[in-house]
Ligand binder design. Structure first.
Ligand code: FAD
Length: 401
């Protein structure tokens, strides 16, 4: 192979370049990115950067030794049979393989794109602009009590702002976690002085104010819309690359798209999971970190399969929240520790008493050990598992229940 082109210079794109070199690929490697920066990490944007503890979050990669041609500050505009990538302002880039890694963009509320004081949080520029608004006493309105909303509320409260969070669902994190667990995070808002309005959809936004269902008006100096993301794949309109209704690139278990020679990785794609029997669309850091190893192997002609137990973490109101797994509907929860206390966890077991998912609040070892058991499908002893004094790994049964 003589040339591989990666489109999207975020974590997944950068890790793909690194993985290709680690696997011995010595041909030309081009990384095309719309942002003008070297690839950087996004999780610190809603944490250390927003709190003013740091100003950037570059990925620690040695670009010189990776020998990557970086085409930054340019949008790819299409991909065609060949495969060939069209990049604005550049001649078409033919390649032996192309990897799509264009990530996600935040969903905006209708009519808010040009409203002064209304922010989204995806890029380092977004984070710096929002941080400038987090002055002591400022009124900050957050739309959505999901992962991003909770972290923005944390930073804004710590900065001494007056914070209101409006959430349409009856519990925080409703899109990500079962209500019984999301409800346990509700008191954290009040304890931090944040006014959390649950079951309260935003009906309209004007400059300086949110209008909530029920008639309340929340005045703000800055508002942050944290209602989710969608795949950044509009640029593929017209390209012969199959996408789903949300725009995620459809890939097979080896992360190949419908266009020969073109693969996809990270937030922008949806892969079939034999483990869960569904097509998965994972929009978390760990996926962008690990899937590139599989995409690199397969871009080089391998036949590896990507089928993880997905993992996400979030830092909320001084707590580390970690979740690994997928849908827990119908599974049996086993609680470890007092969920009103400072540190606790829940594991969800299937009828064969295998761990299928785990949520941990300030119990990182529970997360790591339970995720390992979930990945291997090891049955556990539920009575032992319910004892937070027993290590999760020590609850594994060597034989079936
Ligand atoms: P992205 O990071 O979105 O990178 C894609 C890149 O492609 C972007 O630079 C984009 O500009 C570029 N691009 C898009 N279109 C084009 C085009 N047409 N041509 C060229 N380039 C293009 N996950 C967690 O698990 N835990 C966390 O605590 C956490 N915190 C987060 C905090 C914030 C503020 C954000 C925004 C995300 C957070 N995430 C977290 C999610 C995680 O960062 C993402 O899942 C991860 O960044 C996805 O990586 P990616 O490379 O697939 O996509």
């Amino acid at each position: 192979m003589e040339r591989i082109v990666i489109v999207g210079a975020g974590l997944a794109g950068a890790r793909t370049a690194q993985a290709l070199r680690e696997r011995g690929y010595a041909g030309a490697l081009t990384l095309v990115g719309a942002e003008p920066h070297l690839p950087y990490d996004r999780p610190p944007l809603s944490k250390a950067l927003l709190m003013g503890d740091r100003d950037d979050s570059p990925l620690e990669l040695d670009w010189d030794s990776l020998d990557v041609e970086l085409v930054l500050g340019r949008h790819a505009a299409g991909v065609a049979e060949g495969p060939v990538v069209e990049v604005e302002g550049c001649p078409p880039l033919g390649a032996d393989a192309v990897v799509l890694a264009t990530g996600s963009v935040p969903v905006r509320l209708p009519g808010t794109a040009d409203l002064r004081g209304v922010h989204v949080l995806r890029t380092v520029e977004d984070a710096r602009s929002l941080r400038a608004a987090l002055a002591p006493g400022a009124g900050i309105a957050v739309v959505g009590a999901g992962w991003i909303g909770a972290e923005v509320a944390t930073a804004a409260a710590r900065a001494g702002c007056r914070v209101t969070v409006a959430e349409a669902a009856p519990t925080p994190l409703a899109g990500a976690l079962p209500a019984v667990v999301g409800a346990r995070t509700e008191p954290w808002y009040g304890q931090a002085g944040v006014d959390l309005r649950l079951g309260t959809p935003v009906e309209g936004v004007e400059e300086g104010a949110l209008h909530l269902s029920g008639g309340d008006r929340v005045a703000f100096d800055a508002a942050v819309v944290g209602v989710g993301v969608r795949p950044a794949t509009d640029w593929l309109a017209g390209a012969p690359v199959a996408r789903d209704g949300r725009g995620a690139v459809l890939v097979d278990a080896g992360l190949h798209t419908s266009l020969p020679g073109v693969l996809a990785v990270g937030d922008c794609c949806a892969f079939p999971s034999a483990r869960y029997g569904v097509r998965m669309h994972v929009e978390h850091w760990d996926n962008a970190l690990r899937a590139p190893d599989v995409v690199a192997a397969n871009a080089l002609g391998g036949a590896e399969v990507y089928d993880p137990v997905p993992y996400v973490w979030s830092e909320q109101f001084g707590r580390m929240v970690q979740y690994a797994g997928h849908d827990v509907a119908g599974l049996r929860p086993v609680w470890r520790g007092d969920p009103d206390g400072p540190a606790w966890a829940v594991c969800w077991l299937d009828p064969d008493e295998r761990v299928r998912a785990v949520l941990a609040v300030d119990r990182p070892r529970d997360l790591v050990q339970a995720r390992r058991l979930a990945t291997r499908g090891t049955p556990v002893d539920p009575a032992l598992l319910a004892d937070p004094g027993v290590a999760v790994r020590a609850t594994a049964r060597t034989r079936g229940p």
